[in-house]
Design a protein around this ligand. Sequence first.
Ligand SMILES: Cc1ncc(COP(=O)(O)O)c(C=O)c1O
Length: 471
Amino acid sequence: MSDTTSDTSDTVSGGPLDTSGAPIVGPCDAARCAAAGCVPTACVGAGLASNDEVFERSTRAIPGGVNSSIRAFSSVGGRPYSVASAEGAHVTDVEGRRYIDLVQSYGAVILGHAHPAVTAAVTTAAAAGTSYGAPTPREMRLAETIAAAVPSCEQVRFMNSGTEATSTAVRLARGATGRDRVVIFHGNFHGATDALLAAGGSGVATLGLPGTAGVPAGAVAETMVLPYNEVPELTDEVAAVIVEPVAANMGVIAPEPGFLAGLRAECDRVGAVLVFDEVITGFRLGRGGAQAREDVRPDLTTFGKVIGGGLPIGAVGGRRELMEHLSPLGPVFHAGTLAGNPIATAAGLAALDLLTDDVYIELMARARHLSAVLRDACASAGFAAQFPVVGTLVGIVCGDVPRPIDFDGAKRTDEAAYARFFHAMLGEGVAMAPGAYEAIFVGLAHTDDVIDRIGAAAERAARSAGGPPGG
Ligand SMILES: Cc1ncc(COP(=O)(O)O)c(C=O)c1O
């Protein structure tokens, strides 16, 4: 690191100014930084002593030490490792420990970390400028690519996150229908969108909160939360039904036969907009996403994660006539300084170019393989757990419970057992998501050999995690 290091780090750590009583944490070790070729503007933590030190300092500079709640390990206990770098199926923490990574940026990464094609696209794009505030050919190409793969999406509008995509979809559906009511399903998660935080899966469920502070009653007054996998009878007050067509935030749960088609029929009957939230499933279950797999066409689709090749992105796609309600053509406002960002769209195009139908066939085989080795490992260790597979997605349900089909079933999972398994796996060098309801993300970098190593690690982990149910 350069000789400006200690100035920067002193400022970040609080150093001598800290009056909280907590131990004062020193700056980066300039000698170690320099030896590792680490510079402050691209700090990889080479000069920091440990994961604990990074977390300690992060908690002073960042609320809870994290920028997305789930990362804090609140639901599994302990402190997070801090990633210095990643490649393929692996992440390496600042202490130099290498883990097989089953988080894969919660599904944003599908080709493996630092895939050469994505890295090259990003590098080339960055050298031509990082953001312009004007239209670019790459946005056009990415929209065309999505439209060609997902027939329900005649047009696509880009933004910066899945959260922005779902909030835009809600606004668009309300603006287009002139109605306010929105129907969501218990255990589905649609990001940090106020109107959709009446209840949730993922981080919200993990923290055991019914909603969240800071969302005014008025923001969710028109939000109905209904059981997943049951077709509701809608009224003509409903603007939109928003659903994860394969649920992946309460474990991984497939739609029951007739559920999505039933939603389609009910929306048609009352004139409501059917929104499939494919932020996880889009370009992960196949090029056509869950809607191709389940053969049901929504009016709007939200995307994120994979379509950005691991960079920040979100998108709403849908029928032209509906999409044209968005500004500047229509009255429903949408704008974004970095929307359609040149680097994110370059990464997305690089990723989508490689995701051929054959790749998804391969990924499905890997998902089945991963599920099988985890199942066998747990069975042989006497650790009760199921690993449901839906296409390329793998879930985990700990405890001796029936396979869930909705949130009530998912909540029967033994969270304490998951926490023990999670930590035992980490000890064996396999990083899973620090939450019992997250999917296990397998990607192209998880070769059969890597999956077999996960299986061997899981058997040892399951033996040490075994214990009284719920204990
Ligand atoms: C189904 C679904 N929708 C929306 C989101 C929000 O996306 P983002 O985290 O990019 O805001 C998520 C995030 O995990 C998600 O799983």
